[in-house]
Design a binder for this molecule. Structure first.
Ligand SMILES: *Cc1c(COP(=O)(O)O)cnc(C)c1O
Length: 332
């Protein structure tokens, strides 16, 4: 039996457990160990991906605090912002998004932004440089607008990667334990794309809390290894301080696989796009250009260089992102 954890309040929003499925054809064709996908692209049709797992906890906390409005942040094509917008509409909470950009992009809204609009989110565009320098002021201004009419605002950081959201991937580890029993595998590693670190941090904490005994690796799609080490340690410390869980943070290792950011966040090389196409054709599984496609392509290159040599099974978290594919249509 696995130890049972005491979770903080949680909403039942994601369609979980998600399947764990092997990429048998693709791996056989390419002479690879068996890569299993944790299909978190199947957590919801519109609010699909990894953010819904974290938001089950963040939005429960927002409701408990009597919030009327949820405020959060991201890029123009943020999956996290789209997920928050959809779930806000589902729960009857107003959603206010601060998107990094000078203004609404030209032309009809695409991909995630189309869904932000359709589900009625209020959007403020803030120039990236101003947002980096004056984040607190931007937030205070938006809050003041709501609070002056007596509305309560609950704010969620980028990617819902904070102490509360971290529980999402601790809960996912609870599923993985059952997945590993059902499939009788003991994978050599769990690998995820990392953007704000919350998925990786949650997997690390969950793995330690539940005795999963599988090392967790993050392939960063922005910034660098040093940034993630610091961010993940900081989030884990906040989580430990808030929830007092019985694990030694000092024993957790932040394993980053750096070197696959390419030209930058949300920019994908032809090679990444071509990996997306070949997995789509051989498996009927679609990765996105910003996170999963970039990270999966990185994983293939690492395998080629001999990392995880001798492993028979690896687990890659398919963290979703399908709507981010559409703005790349011309290159696909
Ligand atoms: C946000 C996101 C990630 C990264 O997760 P973090 O917890 O922010 O590191 C990976 N894949 C997809 C599709 C995402 O939207």
């Amino acid at each position: 039996m696995t130890p049972s954890l005491k979770y903080p309040p949680r909403l039942d929003l994601a369609r979980t457990p998600t399947p764990l499925q092997p990429l048998r054809r693709f791996c056989a064709e390419n002479n690879l160990p068996t890569i299993w996908l944790k299909r978190d692209d199947l957590t919801h049709s519109l609010a699909s991906g990894n953010k819904i797992r974290k938001l089950e906890f963040c939005l429960a906390e927002a409701q408990a605090q009597g919030a009327d409005v949820v405020l959060t942040y991201g890029g123009i094509q943020s999956n996290h912002c789209r997920t928050t917008a959809v779930l806000g509409a589902e729960l009857g909470l107003k959603v206010h998004l601060v998107l990094r950009g000078d203004a609404a992009p030209d032309g009809a809204p695409d991909g995630n932004l189309l869904l932000d609009n359709l589900t009625g989110a209020t959007i403020t565009y803030v120039n990236a440089r101003r947002l980096a320098k004056e984040a607190e002021r931007v937030e205070a201004e938006i809050r003041a607008g709501y609070e002056s009419s007596g509305q309560r605002v609950y704010s969620i950081p980028i990617g819902a990667s904070d102490a509360t959201g971290l529980w999402g991937y601790i809960a996912a580890c609870d599923e993985l334990i059952n997945d590993f029993m059902a499939t009788a595998i003991q994978p050599a590693a769990i690998i995820t794309a990392s953007g704000s670190g919350g998925t990786q941090a949650g997997l690390m904490a969950g793995s330690a809390l539940l005795g999963l005994n599988v090392p967790v690796f993050g392939i960063n799609v922005c910034d660098d290894a040093a940034w993630f080490e610091q961010k993940i340690q900081h989030d884990l410390q906040k989580w430990q301080a808030k929830y007092k869980q019985p694990i030694e943070l000092a024993e957790l290792v932040v394993n980053m696989i750096d070197g696959y950011v390419g030209e930058g966040y949300a920019r994908a090389s032809d090679e990444v796009l071509s990996t997306i196409k070949s997995v789509a054709r051989s498996e009927g599984v679609i990765f996105d250009p910003v996170y999963t496609g970039k990270a999966f392509n990185g994983l293939l290159k690492e395998l080629d260089k001999g990392r995880f040599a001798g492993a028979s099974d690896l687990v890659f978290i398919h963290t979703g992102g399908i709507f981010g594919l559409y703005p790349f249509r011309e290159r696909l």
